[in-house]
Design a protein around this ligand. Structure first.
Ligand code: TYM
Length: 328
C-alpha cells in the first residue's frame, strides 16, 4: 500500500489555501493509502511565536484537521514533537545537507532576508522537513506548490544518504494538485494566501462565518479588464476566484469563466460555494473544540503509532551512518 505523509504548521488559523491545496487531498487519501498527518510544532519555532499561542494553536490545528475530515481511525494523526525521532533524524540529515543548498531555498531567502539575527533553525528547516518525510518510508507527499522545492531537497538527501551509507530511505515524490495548488491572497493576488504573512481581508479561514466569507470574496482584488477569462499569468486575481470555484464544483475553470461576463455574479457564486463547502467543517470545529479530551486522546494514539514506525527507520539510519546501537 502507498505510504503518504504530510504536515502543517500550527502557526495560525487554517485557511482555504491549506484546505484546497493540501488537506482535501489528505482526506481523500485516507481510504486508499496508509496515511500519516502531522502538526509540525517544531517547525513553528523557526519564527517568533509566543509559547502560549503555540500551545493553543497546536490543538486548534489538530481540531481543524479533524473537522476537515481527517479521521483518527483511518489515518495516523499526531504532533511532531511527540515523536522525538523527528529531531534526531533531522540532525543526521543536517549532516547530509550542505550549507549551500540550504541557503538557496526560497523560503530561507524570503523569510530570512539574509539577516544575522535570523534563527539558525530557519536555515536547517528543510532538513527537519526531510526527516519528517523519510522517517515513514513515505512514497507520496501531498502538498501545495510552495513546498515543491523542500520535497525536491528531501529526495536529494535520501538519494545522497543511500548512496553514501547504503540503502536506507525510500525516495519520496511530491503530489501537487492540478488546481488550487497556490491559492492567492484575495487582497494581493501576486502573493500566496498565508497563515503567517497574509492580509486579514485576503485570507479566508476554514472557520470564517458566511458573512465574513461573503465580505472577503466581494472585496477580492481582480483587475480592470473587461470580461471573465481564465489566465493565471496575466489575470491572477480572477484566475484565483475561478480556481476556487472550480475545485468547489468540480468544473473546469475555463468552462466556468465562459458563463460570466462580470465579476459581481462570479464573486457571489464563489462566496456561496465556499460557504457551502466550509459549513460542515465549521460545525465540526465547534463540536470538537468543546471536547478537547477526544482530540488529545486521538493525538496520543497517533503519536504512539507513528513512533513505532519512526523508530525502525531511525535505527536503520543510525546504523548505516555508523552510530553504535543504543543500550537497551
Ligand atoms: P504550511 O503549514 O505552510 O501549509 C500546509 C499545507 O498547505 C499548503 N498551502 C497551500 N496550498 C495552496 N495555496 C496556498 N496558499 C497554500 N498555503 C499553504 C502547503 O503547501 C502545505 O502542503 N513546510 C510545511 C510543513 C511541513 C511538511 C513536512 C509538509 C513540515 N514537514 C513534511 C509535508 C511534509 C509548511 O510550512 O506547510
Amino acid at each position: 500500500m502507498t505510504r503518504i505523509f504530510s504536515g502543517v504548521q500550527p502557526s495560525g488559523d487554517l485557511h482555504i489555501g491549506n484546505y484546497l491545496g493540501a488537506i482535501r487531498q489528505w482526506v481523500a487519501a485516507q481510504d486508499v493509502a496508509d496515511t500519516l498527518y502531522c502538526v509540525v510544532d517544531l517547525h513553528a519555532l523557526t519564527l517568533e511565536i509566543d509559547p502560549a499561542a503555540l500551545r493553543s494553536r497546536t490543538l486548534e490545528t489538530a481540531v481543524g484537521l479533524m473537522a476537515a475530515g481527517l479521521d483518527p481511525d483511518r489515518c495516523t494523526l499526531f504532533v511532531q514533537s511527540h515523536v522525538p525521532a523527528h529531531a534526531e533524524l533531522a540532525w543526521l540529515l543536517e549532516c547530509t545537507a550542505t550549507y549551500g543548498e540550504l541557503r538557496r531555498m526560497t523560503q530561507f531567502k524570503d523569510k530570512g532576508n539574509d539577516q544575522e539575527s535570523v534563527r539558525a533553525s530557519l536555515l536547517t528547516y528543510p532538513a527537519l522537513m526531510a526527516a519528517d518525510i523519510l522517517l515513514y518510508d513515505t512514497d507520496d507527499v501531498p502538498v501545495g506548490d510552495d513546498q515543491r522545492q523542500h520535497i525536491e531537497l528531501a529526495r536529494d538527501l535520501a538519494i545522497r544518504f543511500n548512496s553514501r551509507y547504503g540503502d536506507t530511505f525510500v525516495v519520496p515524490r511530491a503530489s501537487i494538485p492540478p488546481l488550487a495548488a497556490r491559492v492567492m491572497d484575495l487582497q494581493r493576488p501576486d502573493k500566496k494566501m498565508s497563515k503567517s504573512t497574509g492580509t486579514p481581508l485576503g485570507t479566508v479561514a476554514i472557520t470564517d462565518s458566511p458573512d465574513e466569507i461573503a465580505k472577503k470574496v466581494r472585496r477580492a482584488v481582480t483587475d480592470t479588464e473587461s470580461g471573465v477569462r481564465y489566465d493565471p499569468e496575466s489575470r491572477p486575481g480572477v484566475a484565483n476566484l475561478l480556481e476556487i470555484l472550480s475545485v468547489a464544483t468540480g468544473e473546469d475553470p475555463r468552462v466556468i469563466a465562459s458563463r460570466y461576463d462580470a465579476y459581481g455574479p462570479l464573486k457571489s457564486d464563489v462566496a456561496d460555494a465556499l460557504v457551502e463547502l466550509l459549513a460542515p467543517v465549521r460545525a465540526r470545529v465547534a463540536g470538537l473544540s468543546a471536547d478537547p479530551a477526544t482530540v488529545s486522546a486521538a493525538l496520543e494514539k497517533g503519536a504512539s503509532k507513528a513512533a513505532g514506525v519512526a523508530s525502525v527507520t531511525l535505527d536503520r539510519a543510525r546504523a548505516a551512518i555508523g552510530l553504535t546501537p543504543r543500550p537497551r
